[in-house]
Every structure is written in structure tokens, then in C-alpha cells.
Unconditional design. Sequence first.
Length: 146
Amino acid sequence: MNLKRFIPIIIVVGVFGTSLVGISAMGQTEPKGGMNLLKEEMVALERAFEGIIDAVIFGNMKLIKPAIPPLNKAREKVGQAIKAGEKIILPKNQEKFKEFLKLDDKFHREFEALEKAAEGGKKKMVKDQTHKLFDACVVCHESFRK
Ligand code: HEC
């Protein structure tokens, strides 16, 4: 048997095999439940925030409302998981989970204030709330995100 003929096959299997292992491992690196849901909420939050920043820089408050529903959905899921007693895993300072919940709560109260201001077309208030919220992203990440 001529081994040389098999070398390309070995390489192909090797490369694809490794990447398949890589791809299937990607889905397994995260524990089920809490952490994924929090990340999902964060991704939804980031998207919503992009809409809000657009609203502020273009002075168009109408851009805010449609940016919110996906965020509320993601947040609801996290809330349900917490109620069901599922553990939300924080990348760091897990022992300060209560403080995390406090920051989260405060964040969402400020967020509601922004929504109200947007509905009322109050541009300056929306702008001020956007700054406040942006600071709050950073504060929470410094404490709880690696
Ligand atoms: C109350 C705390 C808190 C607030 C407020 C907060 N975050 Fe986060 N965020 C986290 C934590 C904790 C993580 C890490 C999640 C993980 O890796 O499991 C995170 C992760 C993220 C990620 C990365 C998600 C990923 O796929 O790794 C993004 C993007 C993000 N946040 C955006 C934002 C934006 C934008 C804001 C403000 C508008 C914000 N966050 C406000 C706690 C917060």
C-alpha cells in the first residue's frame, strides 16, 4: 500500500475533525441555564442600546420604542430563571450576587425612566438617562464581568 496516497486524506480528516471537535466544544463550554441567559440579556441590551444611541445622536425619540421588546423578553427569561431558583453564574464576585441584583434593579429603573422620557419626546432627559445608563454598564462590568 502506498502511504503517500493517504496523506491528503489524513490531512483533510485531521483538519475537519479538529474543527468539528472545536465547533461541538463551543456549545459545551457554558453551563446550561443562568449564564447563557444573562449573556443573552446582555446581547439584547447592547442591541437596544445601539438603537438608543441612534435616537440620541439623531434626535429621533421614535427610534427607542422598537428597540425595547427583545430586551424585555431576554430580561424576563433571566427573571424567571432566578425565580425558579436557577443559579445565575457571574464571571467574578459571585459572592456579591445581592449587590449585582441591586445594580441590575437600579439599572432597570433608570431604563424605565428613559422609556418614559422617550415616549414623552423629552430629548434632554433621554440624553441624560442614556449617559447614566452607559455609566452603569461600566460600573457593573467592572465588578462582575471578567
Ligand atoms: C447589573 C450588572 C450589569 C449591567 C448594568 C450591565 N451589564 Fe453587561 N454584563 C454583565 C455581566 C455580569 C456580564 C458577563 C456575563 C457572562 O459572561 O456570563 C456582562 C456582559 C456583557 C456583554 C458581553 C456578552 C457576551 O456575549 O459575552 C455585553 C455586550 C454587555 N454586557 C453589554 C452591556 C451594556 C451595553 C450595558 C449597559 C447599557 C450593560 N451590559 C450593563 C453585567 C451587567
